[in-house]
Design a protein around this ligand. Sequence first.
Ligand SMILES: [Zn+2]
Length: 291
Amino acid sequence: MKDYIVRATAAKGQVRAFAARTTQLVETARVRHSTSPVATAALGRLLTAGAMMGSMMKNDTDMLTLMIRSGGPLGGITVTADSHANVKGYVQNPDVMLPAKNGKLDVGGAVGAGLLQVIKDMGLKEPYAGQTILVSSEIAEDLTYYFANSEQIPSSVGLGVLMEKNNTVKCAGGFLLQLMPFAEEKTIDVLEENLKRVTSVTALLEKEYTPEQILAELLGDLELMVTDTLDTRFYCNCSKERVEQAVVSIGRRDIQEMIEEGKDIEVKCHFCNTAYHYTVEDLKRIIKRSR
Ligand SMILES: [Zn+2]
């Protein structure tokens, strides 16, 4: 079963809706970063949100960054997505272990209090940046709060990651619903009732609901119309040349020291954990560029 996002509208355009299956992309992130179960759940939720929010952008070169800066043991999460729902991300401390809370992974406890920052780079002079506090640190609620308070769009976000007993990802996915400014009272009432009935997206994922079925559950009685579907995946566009920028930023003095020590170095891409090797010869070439 491949990962994909369904884009839809309901109630004649009064609601716009997204639902995603992200099982493989979250599993890829887990393998890349060797994340603990609670870190996998936290990163997986933000990756799923990033994939859906990325697919809301219009241009090929648009980039979305979701950043959680928080005081919990995870120490923060960063996710980047493009408009084709290619998404990548990492947590600061991937090996955090916490006791379960009410039988569930304690994402809120792992993330802790902090801020959610949303940056949209749409090729304008200044990127759009919005920031709100974390209200529950469970991520979906925090995004709902962000949309209401920073973008003034009433929204409902559901995100879920379920783990297998062997700590691989069993299933992951989510939904994102937004009310347009012209939404009628009647539509809002029906939607609120539906959202009350669907207590958790995790329960739907556990029943192997497809993204289409998740949307039908939430919007089936509101003239749901699927617009299109698109694939989503964990993808990092790093290369030895790109990561070299990070080496350049170390500064001439430190690079010179490494050359004198005569040792090759290894630099890892934050986003996908791929290791790149730079020989002393590489460093000599880099130092020439760094003046
Ligand atoms: Zn990378």
